[in-house]
Design a protein around this ligand. Structure first.
Ligand SMILES: *Cc1c(COP(=O)(O)O)cnc(C)c1O
Length: 506
């Protein structure tokens, strides 16, 4: 079973194919009659299943269902898990996604039986601990964001955006005109126009200026009384702070519009600036980026939406409230945009974020943001002579280079980095940067790790100039080399085989 490759990484030994096992699909394992349990022999009369259940409740036999022992199953899935990359294995600098380390204390507390085994349909009086935790998390997020109210329901940033846009629409509708348009900078995350569109709004793009920020003159020219809101991202997806934010919010408010801020990048500014004090009316926060709850592989996440008082009647219901010493879920909200998620959102994520915030405290939150910015700027300073920086203004928690002047493409860098043991940075986003390489180290990484990554980036750039053709097979060390990007998602090949790809052949 031992993989016959024993090539090691070009990097000083972090990545190695050493003990990665080959793995058949589960249908090829086991043998007929093997079981993962043993029960005492039956001591009551046996009855045919058909006499107990109606036919449509009984599933048809499944041909060739694998029959496995417990050990077969444990080894199969454990071996498969070792093919995966995670933040617990090495550096994961995926820009905008903020793959920050999830401290193990979060996991320990999330497993406390009082929380983990709590039934989500319990009566409020039997759920006081969980409701108190949600209420306190809301208070923490209000303090950090400078906003007036919070709903913890949305299950992701995108759903937080949707909730925010629904509230904006309800607000304008109540004033007599829901309005038609939403303004979006051209560097926006794709979920922003999607959320506006789901509410029936037409997106109007505002170009960025040469600094990578919103072009104020263009904004002023398009802002009108049919525009419901601007959806901006601050810091934006280039990692830059919109320094004219006060002018922007003033222009939008002067025509009766509201300001939506995509706060997915709050990690850079938490404890430093309060979005609520800059004229923001709605803000969503990705707990699974800023507050360390795990993500990747599709969730679960949490995207609480924070609002100003003017939008309070429209909050998704129920709202967690406190009366005297007691916490309760308030469903009596006639103007609410409604319920967006079953039960109380992804409670396990809320709990982990709460633990992160309370273990760091106000000073720790500030220090985390400062370290995230310092780490990103360290990488930027060390790589700026090797890579082209399309926007040279100050950046915060991430830095965006591109492949201009390199011997190889951004995709080649991404693939080669895997052989060095690193997860690639975000590539080809934001769309306004051609061949973008967007690096976000987060606050958790040590200088040694950053230095190793910087060395790898430089050595790949050097090799890219000397021998650009050698990259077509990268990565060489992992189980799957370089599948066709689109086809791999639509027609996954589950049976392992070593694919050595020549360019254009798949
Ligand atoms: C991640 C991200 C989102 C979307 O968040 P999800 O939780 O993935 O839905 C939106 N905007 C920005 C800037 C992001 O980085």
């Amino acid at each position: 079973m031992r993989n016959e490759q024993n090539k090691t990484s070009p990097n000083s030994g972090i990545a190695t194919a050493g003990l990665i096992f080959n793995e058949p699909v589960v249908f090829e394992l086991g043998s007929p009659g093997r079981k993962a349990y043993s029960l005492p022999s039956c001591d009551v009369p046996e009855v045919e299943l058909e006499t107990l259940l109606p036919p449509d409740e009984i599933r048809a036999p499944i041909e060739e269902l694998p029959e496995l022992s417990e050990l077969d199953v444990v080894r199969h899935y454990t071996r498969l898990s070792q093919w995966n990359f995670s933040i617990d294995t090495n550096f994961y600098p995926l820009g905008s996604c903020t793959m920050k380390y999830n401290p193990k204390i979060n996991e320990t507390l999330a497993r406390l039986p009082g929380f983990a085994a709590h039934h989500p349909m319990s009566a409020d009086e039997d759920a006081q601990g969980s409701l108190q935790l949600m209420h306190e998390l809301q208070e923490c997020l209000k303090e950090i964001s400078g906003m007036d109210h919070v709903s913890l329901q949305p299950a992701a940033g995108a759903q937080g955006e949707f909730a925010g846009m629904l509230m904006i629409q309800a607000y304008h509708t109540a004033k007599g005109n829901p309005r038609k348009k939403v303004l979006l900078p051209d560097s926006a995350h794709g979920t922003n126009p999607a959320s506006a569109n789901l509410c029936g709004y037409k997106s109007v793009q505002i170009p960025s200026n040469s600094e990578g920020l919103i072009d104020i003159d263009k904004l002023e020219a398009v802002m009108d009384e049919e525009t419901a809101a601007i959806m901006l991202t601050n810091p934006n997806t280039l990692g830059m702070f919109e320094k004219d934010i006060l002018r922007i919010t003033k222009i939008v408010h002067s025509k009766g519009g509201l300001v939506y801020c995509d706060g997915a990048n709050l990690n850079a500014v938490m404890g430093i600036v309060k979005m609520g004090e800059m004229g923001i009316d709605v803000l969503h926060i990705n707990l699974h980026k800023t507050f360390s709850t795990p993500h990747g592989g599709g969730g679960p996440g949490a995207g609480p939406v924070c609002i100003k008082n003017i939008l309070e009647p429209y909050l998704p219901k129920p709202v967690v409230e406190k009366k005297g010493p007691n916490y309760f879920l308030n469903y009596d909200r006639p103007e609410s945009v409604g319920k967006l998620k079953v039960f109380n959102g992804n409670f396990g994520m809320l709990l982990r974020a709460y633990v992160y915030i309370r273990t760091l405290g106000p000073e720790g939150i500030l220090e985390a943001a400062q370290s995230a910015v310092l780490n990103a700027n360290y990488i930027r300073a060390k790589l700026k002579d090797t890579f082209h920086l399309p926007f040279t203004g100050a950046s915060l928690h991430e830095c965006v280079f591109n492949d201009k002047g390199q011997g190889i493409s951004t995709m080649d860098f991404a693939k080669e980095l895997i052989d060095h043991g690193f997860h690639p940075p975000t590539v080809y986003f934001p769309l306004i940067v051609k061949g973008a390489l967007m690096i976000e180290p987060t606050e958790s990484e040590s200088k040694e790790t950053l230095d190793m990554f910087i060395e790898s980036m430089k050595s790949i750039a050097k090799k890219g100039h000397e021998d650009p053709d050698s990259f077509h097979e990268a990565p060489r060390l992992p189980k799957v080399s370089r599948p066709d990007e689109a086809r791999a998602a639509r027609q996954p090949i589950l049976r392992w085989r070593r694919v050595n790809v020549t360019p254009g052949s798949n």
